[in-house]
Design a protein around this ligand. Structure first.
Ligand code: COA
Length: 386
């Protein structure tokens, strides 16, 4: 396999973007990524796009072709990936393989979702499609409800508290204040999170990621070529993916994502590094409990200690392992198909020293963790300066 690096990144602001359509968001993120790599677009040989439910959200399918057309890239191949909220990172993984195999030298990766055109009930139903239709969605379970089940069990087994979950939200909203592209620029106290009203007990409004619009794009190249094009390419040193049952009821445990554990083990083995080597991580905090599960299952903290570690500031921007400097899904927003691409983009900014006020000092190795549904698809990527 050839070495593969990221050489450019661009994104729209995430949020309720009434003024921007699906196509405009693709164009904005794509053009910014191409410019960030110092290219003019003609060098791109293929496009890999991720979007979860554009058919339900805006009535548009066939997104691969739409992206190429919108970016003026016809007739190069352009392919859509769908893996629920992990659609963007699967697109990145497909791009990684296309370049690693020698099929292409320079490709573009995009992630996009327009979720705010329909009402919140219809959005919840569309998101619910990432779970198990027969045993969950059909019976009325929403995503907040599924993660609430995991939170309850984690509280029962390990003594995790609602305050500890609130600490995840407080940290990520604080980080989001430093990100101009974040949906929310508002700090909250633990008390405000605790009083924000239950959506699905024990998860409250401020334990949830929001409903968002947005797009993000990356340019990926063979590392030798990448070094000739930009000053500091960021090498993808491992790309791994795992699968698990769609239905929570079919899993052995509600307090861990087996997919995260498996994908992390594979990624760390492939890269030949350990958790202690990671300087900064973007993890899938679709709900605050999800970040606690992630930091445990990725191996940064022992099972049951993620809540306490967050409360102690160990995952803060100046902590021992800064988690979600972008604000995460919680504060930066979660346009589902775009999230995995934005996570990789944030690590690209961190490792190239371009993360501005939220820069993690001396960041050398980065990790992204992206989850589809309640854990049926999980990807882990590891990165370092090439
Ligand atoms: N975090 C912080 N603030 C939020 C928020 C969130 N997740 N969701 C909404 N808000 C804010 C809004 O900005 C608004 O503030 P304002 O009154 O100051 O303008 C207020 O809360 C009410 O917003 P509204 O749009 O009416 O909320 P809603 O009831 O329609 O939606 C949720 C709230 C939690 C139900 C919705 O965000 C949700 O379903 N989130 C989960 C999404 C999900 O499941 N994603 C997939 C994960 S796998």
């Amino acid at each position: 396999m050839r070495s593969v690096s990221i050489i450019g990144f661009g994104q729209t602001r995430f949020g309720e973007l009434w003024e921007k359509g699906f196509r405009e968001m693709i164009a904005e993120a794509g053009v910014k990524a191409v410019q960030s790599a110092g290219l003019d677009g003609k060098e791109i040989e293929a496009v890999f796009g991720g979007t979860m439910a554009s058919g339900r959200f805006i009535g548009q399918e066939h997104i691969g072709a739409l992206i190429a057309d919108q970016l003026g890239l016809n007739p190069i191949p352009s392919t859509r990936s769908e893996a629920a909220c992990a659609s963007g990172s699967i697109a990145l993984r497909n791009a990684f393989h296309a370049v690693a195999s020698g099929d292409h030298d320079i490709v573009a990766v995009g992630g996009v979702e327009k979720m705010t055109e329909i009402d919140v009930g219809a959005t919840s139903f569309a998101l619910g499609g990432a779970g198990d239709q027969e045993t969950e969605l059909f019976h009325g379970a929403t995503f907040p409800a599924l993660y609430a089940l995991m939170a309850r069990r984690h509280m029962h087994d390990y003594g995790t508290t609602e305050q500890q979950m609130a600490a995840v939200a407080v940290k990520n909203h604080k980080n989001g204040m430093l990100n101009e592209h974040a949906q929310f620029h508002k700090e909250f106290t633990i008390e405000q999170v605790m009083n924000s009203g239950y959506v699905a007990s024990p998860l409250k409004l401020l334990d949830c990621s929001p409903i968002s619009d947005g797009a993000a794009a990356l340019i990926v190249a063979e590392t030798g070529k990448a070094k000739k094009l930009v000053e500091q390419p960021i090498e993808i040193i491992a790309s791994s993916q795992s699968s698990d049952s769609l239905a929570l009821a079919s899993r052995k445990s509600l307090t861990e994502l087996a997919g995260t554990k498996h994908a992390a083990k594979t990624a760390f083995e492939r890269a030949g590094i350990k958790q202690k080597d990671v300087s900064v991580a973007e993890v899938h905090d679709c709900f605050t409990i999800a970040e606690i599960l992630a930091i445990e299952d990725l191996g940064f903290f022992k099972k049951g200690e993620g809540g306490k570690a967050t409360e102690q500031g160990r995952t803060a921007l100046n902590g021992e392992i800064p988690v979600n400097p972008s604000g995460g899904l919680k504060a930066c927003g979660h346009p589902v198909g775009a999230t995995g691409v934005k996570q990789a983009g944030e690590i690209f900014l961190q490792l190239t020293g371009k993360a501005g006020k939220r820069q993690v000092k001396g960041a050398e190795i980065g990790l992204t963790h992206n989850v589809g549904g309640s854990g049926a698809t999980v990807t882990v990527h590891l990165y370092r300066r090439a």
